[in-house]
Write a protein that binds this ligand. Sequence first.
Ligand code: ATP
Ligand code: MG
Length: 762
Amino acid sequence: MNHTNNTDSFHTTKYGTMSQHRKYEPYSDKEDSIPIGSLNVLSAKYESLDYEVVENYIYRDEERKKGYKFVVKKNFARWVTFFWIGLFTATIGIIIDISIEVISTFKFDHVKKSIDNCSQNNCLWRPYLMLLAFNIVPVFIGSILVAYVEPVALGSGIPQVKCYLNGVKIPRLVRIKTLFVKVIGVITTVVGGMCGGKEGPMIHAGAVVAAGISQGKSTTFNVDFGAFSYFREDHEKRDFVSGGAAAGVAAAFGSPVGGVLFSLEEGASFWNQGLTSRIFFASMISTFTLNSVLSAYHGHPGELTFWGLLNFGKFTDFALSYTMFELPIFVCMGIFGGLTGALFCHLNYRLTVFRMRTLISPWKKVLEAVFVCAFTATIGFSLSLWQNDCKPIGLDPTRVPVQLNCNDGEYSSMASLWLQIPEASVRSFFHDPAGSFDISTLVLFALTYYFLSIWSYGLSVSAGLFIPMLVTGAAWGRLIGIAVQSIYPDLDVGRYALIGAACQLGGVVRMTISLTIILIEATGDITFGLPLMICLLTAKWIGDYFTESIYDIHIQLSGIPLMAWDPPPLSSNIYASEVMSHPATVFKSKETVGKIVDTLKKYTYNGFPVVDDIYVTESEEGNYKPNGRLRGLILRSQLIVLLQNKVFNEALDAWDNVTPTTFRHDYPRYSKIENIEVLDSERNYTVDLLRFMNPSPYVVQHMASLPRIFRLFRAMGLRHIVVVNDSNEVVGVVTRKDLTRYREWRHRGQIGVVELKVSAKL
Ligand code: ATP
Ligand code: MG
């Protein structure tokens, strides 16, 4: 199992010298070293995206005919598309923001009125029941939508978008239906008072918008506008989606640079210079649109004061002017954030495994979501009653100061925290003057919110993790601020709340560069960059020591074959001949229709090497002996299109109609081979694959090492690599999924590489 202990051995075959093919045992259920238990397997249901451009004969022909004018047109269309992506993403942000504001204002006003009436008359059960109803109804609707209509809209969507940008096709991720469910889901979750934010889902929303606009068609509505058909390929689509994700971040946090960096840090496994400026453009448009519309909505048209959905409020210069002696305190807070973050990830992982095993049917998921919602409301209400933290009105800028059990002219600070949207609580922690919260209030609030957030993440509702983490961190950060202030009275507790919020969030999501910039842009003060950087890095290092980030844990649990940034360490003694599948299923360059249909029905593979016919002989199982010389690689989708359009050598007129547009027409969902009708008389016809295949696929020698193949896949965004022997004969195929099976494995000081199982069931 541990590759590091293996010694190399070679054997000579008719293909040349090959390293011995080693068999690896996948993890068994019993082993205690399994990081993710028996669920540490990859799912076979996720297919890969392909960054390769198939430069075949018809592609070159099209390029030659269209000329340079087309290049300019396409480039211009890209910029226009990015403009619309920015605009639409911001529009969605605006819709979400205004809906949440209107509905929650209505809710909190009514609950407050009822509380005010009942505090004297001993009928507090009335506002409690009212709050329960106000919370449960929307959450019920939202979770029904997520559980029954579109489960892929669950959570923030960041892990899934990350996987998409990494090169994994997540079914239904970027459909309009998903977007609808997501938008309604987010509104209902936040309005329902659950521990969730509206920011993370904006990234998913941006991704859907980008995919929709750039493809000029919608599967949900079954319409095809025919526009931008030249963008219908994985390569272009993925570029747009990374722009959409960036625009989503930009709208959510008012952070255009943070958006670009988010796509760079978390997302795109493939990047180029041109993409940077286009993504930046989309982010800028998105921030600007959101800012101008929301500023106008809030009564300051033209002032552009409303940056992002997440508004930290304005910090004073005094609040952010830190001194040297505080830096070690920030580092300690980073360590604490890393520890609590790791604990968060671990507990949530355990909970998710439990959910995957027991809460399988959708109604159970809905029930759990409604239960957590009711529980959250009950806890919030009970704490507000129980904790008599009365402060004079005027200290707190909350919109609805709730009097509850306090005297006239006072309000209960605990009740105000629970009876406002979490963003407002973050602002309270950041900006309320010293003394607005008792220490016990902060301790109780931070603890309950922390555990409620652990429970809420992964429920069948759409909501993000950013806000719950910021609220929790801001609460304990403020607590530390109060402690420091008791020694050095001359400082502002708000900045400790900010650092606490950053540490807590960083400890859970483990983003560094993008999160620093997002927070700098959200606070609007560059001078506070250094403390943020220090604490985010510390939180990441400490957290990484114990667990992976919450997103990576959820990705692993869903069995998505995510490609790591780097090859597993100490793996250069693993060779292509061990990673590859062999014998490869190949086609001759001039292949019969019958053979193509049978092969496509028999295997699920998406790519087939094309070999020279001359040396090919057929084995007993119907496979060709893999001794043909490599000519190219043909994709299943291409073969399907060829069969559908009957592009056979014997049907000469079919040839004229085949252009790259024919292949793009059905993208990204091609027919199944079972649905393609081939007459018996056509089975002996032949197809000339040479004209349509990719004539120069990426190829490695059988002796190429795993890290080398890994880098090729990573850098080029590939889906298949053909393995050849010394005489350029095909001996095997390596797919992206084959590589993602090899994972770093650490246990009790040992490091090695392990090969995961692939399960068709997951
Ligand atoms: P993907 O599903 O990632 O879009 P794919 O379907 O072509 O691409 P996999 O699903 O990874 O490839 O293939 C499953 C297994 O089959 C892998 O181990 C792979 O090496 C192997 N395989 C893929 N194509 C061929 C082929 N043409 N001949 C033999 N084995 C293959
Ligand atoms: Mg496959």
